[in-house]
Design a binder for this molecule. Structure first.
Ligand code: SF4
Length: 188
């Protein structure tokens, strides 16, 4: 069982972006219709959605979509560089799928992150590394009050995101027991 669990975790957090997208798709197919029956999940997802929207609104107020998009298009790709797409994991992708986000990955995105669309990041719930907001352009170009609100809202998202992730992992692990294999879970 420990081996199955380790393998399951590995398939969620390791591999290429496409590996993790495929795993998220399988988990979504396995869980999607029954997510509402997982104790506490609907409420936690609802709270996460509200906090993520509040964070998005603060980013909009600070014109970060525009600023980060321009930076991403420069040599090196800025914070939203192609390298950053690798920080997406299958559970975070699954959360976005459960929230109805159309998760599409542009493999040919050049130096930019393949999840960066014309309106900014396509995720409602981002990889946690994307919630740092410690880029010098943001730090020096923002009012302190705006920055404080940004960090407060990012912290609230992170807290709920961790809660939803724990609920999902607990539920998905249950589906590995007693004889089910990861392959069974993946295939169902
Ligand atoms: S996932 Fe979103 S926020 Fe993170 S680097 Fe990609 S586009 Fe930027």
């Amino acid at each position: 069982m420990a081996h199955q669990d380790a393998h399951f975790v590995q398939t969620c957090y390791s591999g290429t972006v496409n590996d993790k997208l495929n795993q998220a798709g399988r988990l979504h197919a396995n869980l999607g219709g029954r997510a509402a029956s997982v104790p506490g999940l609907t409420e936690a997802l609802g709270q996460l959605r509200e906090h993520a929207r509040a964070l998005d609104e603060q980013m909009r107020v600070m014109e970060m979509g525009q600023r980060c998009g321009q930076c991403a298009a420069t040599p090196g790709g800025g914070c939203c560089s192609a390298f950053m797409a690798g920080n997406a994991d299958a559970v975070q992708l699954l959360i976005n799928l459960l929230m109805g986000v159309d998760v599409t990955y542009q493999e040919q995105s050049g130096e930019s992150c393949g999840f960066l669309g014309p309106q900014g990041c396509l995720f409602l719930v981002k990889p946690i590394f994307c919630l740092n907001y410690n880029c010098s352009h943001i730090l020096t170009g923002s009012e302190p009050g705006h920055l404080a609100t940004l960090y407060q809202r990012a912290g609230a998202v992170l807290s709920r995101q961790t809660e939803v992730e724990s609920l999902l992992l607990e539920e998905l692990r249950k589906r590995l027991k007693p004889q089910a294999t990861v392959d069974n879970l993946n295939a169902s």
